[in-house]
Design a protein around this ligand. Sequence first.
Ligand SMILES: [Zn+2]
Length: 110
Amino acid sequence: MEPNHLRLITHCPLCRVTYLEAQIRFCSDLGSAKVYHCTCLACAHAMIAVVMENSGWSSSIGMVTDLSAEDVKRLDHETSVSADDCVRFHDDLEGQTKAWCRRLLEGKTA
Ligand SMILES: [Zn+2]
């Protein structure tokens, strides 16, 4: 991990406790952006931090997540969900509402 990135990823956005370096894991290199996963030992929440560098300037964006660092690395190689995928899924749910409800209820009692 680059030392200047540690200065940008300092603390948990939810409980404000300072991260230890071991809690911050490098996940992927997107060229001018690096992706990290941070797990807070105090509140157990996780965050994905994207650190971007451009012309000597660095900035970061943090997103609270329920993904593990392994999930972030694994999903980095997957294709994105498209708008058409979302519409197809919505149509499937709408067209099979009774079947989905029955499956969910069966799963609860099993
Ligand atoms: Zn926390």
